[in-house]
Design a protein around this ligand. Structure first.
Ligand SMILES: [Fe+2]
Length: 455
């Protein structure tokens, strides 16, 4: 489904709302989903102090306060200003401050300067949220069926947009807190009920295996049932030659093998641009790793902890994922291989709802687990880099208007990631979901699953 077209933010649509009142249950369902997502964003910030919420630790990171306000701006701009004739923005300048990249919605503040904005304060940003929430409530209380038909897809898009920002809020605050030598704790560590206690030295880990897939002309992309972003379509057929895919993601322990084999100083494993980046940035381990007295530690949202060798490696760039795969005698999967393999995998795993904010140990590491041939941890824990460039599917056209800018204009110089992470909402992920980042980025929960050509 393409995102709905919204021409501008300043052309309210008049409607006689008394003629065909919209079904109450449909409105209530929508209202519940709206409030649930808004409350969860607020809940994520519950342990943060105002001082935490204003820092921008690098240009890719936005302050928590900005996420709180920008997600609000989205509903205000694309719903209230368009559909609520009586709506007047209390502070019109927020439209400039909290627009992210929608050129058709007007000018915007520079992304890399968001951390210099001390006003509005965090509490003023929270008041902005509450005010817009209340206006959305009022609008939903007084809708006819045809207006609901227009508003619903945009409200649903706004809900999914907020879930994306919840994930960014988590990865951004992790980067912010990681700059602090006191290593602040975002959330105390709670053990996952599905993650039995095992040795952290990796001794219980069984080697990954490869699951083989025959050549197939696969149906790729969203089938039109339920919400999807426009970049997941059109659904089309693609030839996927025979391949095999690892049963689980690469672990920290396995990645340490790459480090100890001097993987970061051997150019034969690296793409040219990756090799340049490694040397410029002086990378010698995943982001957030530090060596103390000969042992690796990593900063997590529960503070600084020894690296657990049984967990999936995370915070690696595409360059590192690709170099690791070369070192391991394998390669990264294409996004079509991944989607084909995920077809029969249940969408379950360690998502943001578990509130661990960290990947859990690989399934095959669990003592007593039979070494199965199935795919584990396809969903949740870490986004899996694919070797597919983020580009339009055959027949894709970005929708006209501001919301057409949501995905299409980013289809250049980025790679596709699949499966979601421990910071993604379970309600947000799909088998066809295409995340995308530039190859040097590593502040998201990004990891590695290996693939091989048919033997
Ligand atoms: Fe956004």
């Amino acid at each position: 489904m393409s995102p709905p077209s919204v021409e501008t933010a300043s052309t309210p649509v008049a409607a006689d709302r008394s003629l065909f009142p919209a079904s109450q249950s449909r409105i209530e369902g929508l209202r519940d989903r709206f409030h649930q997502v808004r409350k969860f964003t607020n809940a994520l910030c519950a342990g943060l102090e105002p001082e935490d919420c204003v820092v921008q630790s690098m240009p890719d990171v936005s302050p928590t306060k900005w996420h709180l306000a920008h997600t609000t701006w989205f509903f205000e701009t694309f719903i209230l200003k368009k559909f609520d004739l009586a709506y007047r923005a209390e502070i019109p300048d927020y439209a400039y401050l909290f627009n992210s990249y929608y050129n058709a919605a007007g000018d915007m503040h520079r992304r890399d300067l968001r951390g210099l904005i001390s006003r509005p304060t965090v509490s003023q940003a929270q008041r902005y949220r509450a005010s817009v929430d209340s206006h959305i409530d009022d609008l939903l209380s007084n809708l006819d069926e045809s207006l609901l038909d227009e508003i619903e897809p945009i409200l649903v898009l706004g809900i999914h947009h907020e879930r994306q920002h919840q994930e960014l809020l988590i990865t951004d605050i992790k980067h912010v807190l990681a700059q602090n030598p006191l290593y602040p704790v975002f959330r105390g560590r709670a053990r996952s009920p599905s993650a039995p206690k095992i040795s952290t030295d990796g001794s219980a880990i069984r080697p990954y295996q490869f699951v083989e897939f025959d050549e197939q002309i696969a149906e790729i992309g969203h089938d039109g049932d339920g919400f999807a972003y426009d970049n997941e379509g059109p659904r089309h057929r693609a030839l996927v030659p025979a391949f095999s895919l690892a049963t689980r993601p690469v672990t920290n322990g396995e990645y340490i093998g790459f480090i100890e084999d001097n993987g970061y100083s051997r150019p034969e494993f690296w793409l040219s641009l990756g090799w340049m980046t490694v040397n410029e940035q002086r990378w010698n381990a995943p982001l957030y790793w530090t060596k103390r007295d000969g042992a690796w530690w990593n900063f997590t949202l529960s503070g600084l902890r020894p690296v657990d060798q049984s967990e999936p490696v995370t915070h690696v760039s595409y360059f590192e994922a690709d170099a690791y795969a070369n070192w391991a005698g394998a390669r990264l999967p294409t996004e079509f291989e991944w989607e084909r393999a995920a077809l029969n995998c249940p969408i379950e795993g360690n998502f943001v709802e578990t509130e661990l904010f960290h990947p859990v140990a690989v399934v095959s590491a669990v003592s007593g687990d039979k070494p199965g041939k199935g795919l584990h941890q396809i969903f949740g824990d870490v986004w899996e880099w694919t070797r597919s460039a983020y580009s339009p599917y055959p027949g894709y056209r970005a929708a006209p208007g501001a919301l057409g800018e949501y995905n299409g204009k980013f289809m250049c110089n980025q790679y596709v990631l699949r499966g979601g992470s421990c910071a993604t909402s379970h309600t947000h992920i799909r088998r066809t979901y295409r995340n995308f980042f530039q190859p040097e980025k590593r502040w998201q929960f990004t990891g590695v699953r290996l693939a091989r050509d048919a033997q």
